[in-house]
Design a protein around this ligand. Structure first.
Ligand code: NAI
Ligand code: 15L
Length: 269
């Protein structure tokens, strides 16, 4: 597959979308932006809801690949998750199929496997074939997205890399995030690898930097050519001083998904 040049970036107004708008053009991509929220300073961005199938047909026309970040990124009532994340992702795949787009990178989440116990010292890292253990309706929608991607590969030959992102922010904000942090620079490196690697079929990868306190196996990401450069350890001293070590008497500290398993943050809209 030739290196994709024009990439539809859905969710371009969001946190990760904004970071990637800044970082991905350096890899040679021309980004076509889409979000239901307008994007200041981007007059050409497409303002559309994932429910708008006609707008998605227009948006995918002529693109080489899609980086699909749009959707509800926290917990919400099932009906809202259904519309934005489940139906919305289906509409995107249908538009891609009709337009002959061959590669999608799907922003899955650690919350697809959020009830997986976190490894303790000496335990093996969490493998990429760990069974789905969604911790929320939000996590469940990411399980759906991964299975949808598998279906569209098996039935229609559309390739997807599903990236189970840990915590992609400028800095980690908790002791848990020290283990799952994806720096913005490594995020761009990982998405670039996912957009360009040959013969991915449907590949699931974990999305994090090369953190000293890593909980999961990055080998399927590295097999795409991902070479992480960052490590959250530089933030460890400060976060541990503020928050202390993870405490196994607290259920949210015993599992990968953290507080999403006990008191999930709610989508505000
Ligand atoms: P965000 O909430 O900042 O951005 C999501 C964007 O999607 C928003 O700009 C929103 O307007 C847009 N959106 C929501 N529903 C839409 C719809 N129906 N139609 C069109 N646009 C819609 O989220 P963030 O942090 O940028 O995450 C991006 C993606 O990565 C999300 O899919 C999220 O689930 C996933 N992810 C992010 C992680 C992180 O650490 N930031 C961790 C794991 C997964
Ligand atoms: C996610 O899936 C969320 O979208 C993001 O806001 C973070 O909370 C992240 O997971 C996390 O687990 O830290």
């Amino acid at each position: 597959m030739p290196a994709p040049r024009t990439v539809l970036l859905t969710g371009a107004a969001g946190g990760v979308g904004t970071l990637m708008r800044g970082l991905l053009p350096a890899y040679g991509y021309r980004l076509r932006l889409l979000d239901m929220a307008p994007i200041e300073g981007e007059p050409d961005a497409i303002t559309a809801d994932l429910a708008d199938r006609e707008a998605l047909r227009e948006a995918v026309r002529g693109v080489d690949a899609v980086l699909h970040l749009a959707g509800i990124s926290l917990e919400a009532p099932f009906e809202k998750i259904l519309r934005a994340n489940i139906e919305g992702t289906y509409h995107l795949y249908e538009a891609a199929r009709e337009a002959g787009v061959r590669r999608i990178v799907f922003a899955s989440s650690n919350h697809a496997v959020g009830y997986t116990p976190r490894p303790r010292a000496g335990d093996p890292l969490i493998p990429v074939d760990a069974p789905h253990r969604p911790d929320t309706f939000y996590g469940l929608s990411k399980c759906f997205g991964e299975d949808l991607a598998q279906l569209y590969w098996d039935r229609h030959g559309i390739e997807t890399v599903s990236v189970r992102i840990g915590s992609c922010f400028v800095e980690p904000a908790s002791v848990r995030m020290l283990s799952v942090w994806l720096s913005p620079g490594d995020g761009a490196r990982l998405f670039h690898a996912a957009l360009t690697a040959e013969g991915v079929g449907h590949t699931v990868v974990y999305g994090s930097s090369a953190n000293t306190r890593l909980w999961w196996d990055l080998s399927s990401a590295r097999a795409l050519g991902y070479d992480p450069r960052d490590d959250s350890e530089q933030y460890a001293q400060k976060l541990l001083a503020e928050q202390g070590e993870l405490d196994d008497t607290r259920p949210e500290h015993t599992v990968l998904g953290g507080h999403f398993t006990t008191n999930p943050p709610q989508w505000p809209h």
